[in-house]
Design a protein around this ligand. Sequence first.
Ligand code: SF4
Length: 477
Amino acid sequence: MTPDLTSYDSIIVAVSGGKDGIACLLALLEAGASKDRLELWHHEVDGQGPSFMDWPSTSPYVSALARDFGLPLYRSWRKGGFEREMLRKDAPTAPVLFESPEGLIRSGGQGPNGTRLRFPQVSASLTTRWCSSVTKIDVADRALRGQDRFLHRRTLFVTGERAGESPNRARYAVFEPHRTDTRHGTRRRRHVDHWRPVHQWSEAQVWNSLKRWNVMPALPYRIGFSRLSCATCIFGDVRQFATIRWLDPARFDRLVQYEQQFGCTIKRTVSLEQLAEQGRPYAAALAEPDLARACLSARPIPTVFTPAWELPAGAFGQGGGGNLKKKKKKQKVGKRKRGEGGQHRPARPARGGSVRVLAPLRAGRSRRCASLWQAALSCARRRGSGKEIKTMSDTLERPAQAHAFDLKQAHEEGWTILEGCGPDNDETRLVGLHCSDPQAWWRVARKAGEGSTYHREALSRLSENEREQIRLRFGPL
Ligand code: SF4
């Protein structure tokens, strides 16, 4: 069913940057929703702090989406985000901040003291899996309740849950009064309906919708991730965590350290290290290291529209590539084998034996780098000796340590980025976090801490202000 869209004063679409939320927006536009009443809401899981759970590239992607469709975008977040809530000890849950036409509004933060000191646990219960409610659901509720512009008006709140994602989501109603609805109340009366327009859609329908509108899926889909939202979602499988360990070892290490500190793992029976050990990074990520690195960059995205739309590698949970027809076929087969919902099949355990770097793989921005990497991996596996390659920085930084500092080399590694300039441009200079990828700088800082002359020299060329920014985000250099 499609509700009478003309009967609403405001239509809010919750967009995480994932395909389902975007499909909701496109479905609304195809159903004739007036842009004057539409607005996009985006919840920042990390609370606008340093990247911990979310993809740094998501926020710029959502900005570009709103800009391209000419729609207002309001962000909202729990102060300190996921990490602060996880580390809460004898303290109340932090307040929520949300953008509104009247400016930034603050709500809550005066609750009872409590302690978490553990990751949310994989569960259908939102009390145990507190991340969804603390960083998204309650944030949206507070933003709805905290704005008088929704009082005595009709509001449609639109979200992209699909029945095919999980048995739990299959139980959601397609249309119902929203939790914040007070239409029968006596004071602060507010009519809010909740509509899930893609609830009955298949994944293929969702991708077809993005294809019709030439909307480029967010970057992580293109390196093999089948869902967007948190990069290190607690529901992640072996391949997802193997990819994160390869792509962003600093983030992975922090998660591992927290598991050890809490004495409680994300998955009940296995640590993250054991989990990642059982999987291999997505082939699409290995084949496109530049794209993979771009997922960790918060640089602005000029547009979400693409003239050459392609099904992303992560479609249908395969982590590979291919065309839509083949993928649809695979999806049917997958459902028969794996049951309704198409849950990921556990990836094959990594083959035994360690891997040795065979040649000085120079980090580059070309496919050649990826094929060299893969050739090195497979050849070294055949030989079965030497040092294991687990992370992207094994590829990026090991050869660099062999040389004195070189601006061109650093540029190729992705941490001396200056928009619009290249390494051959005289005006290119080192920049810290302002224009660069913070995660790349974190790897530089870590290598410097381990004594690499090359990386120490890079750090010494930064201004004190730039070094301070790195210290603030990642700790002492
Ligand atoms: S995406 Fe995963 S980790 Fe992030 S809030 Fe949702 S359930 Fe939690």
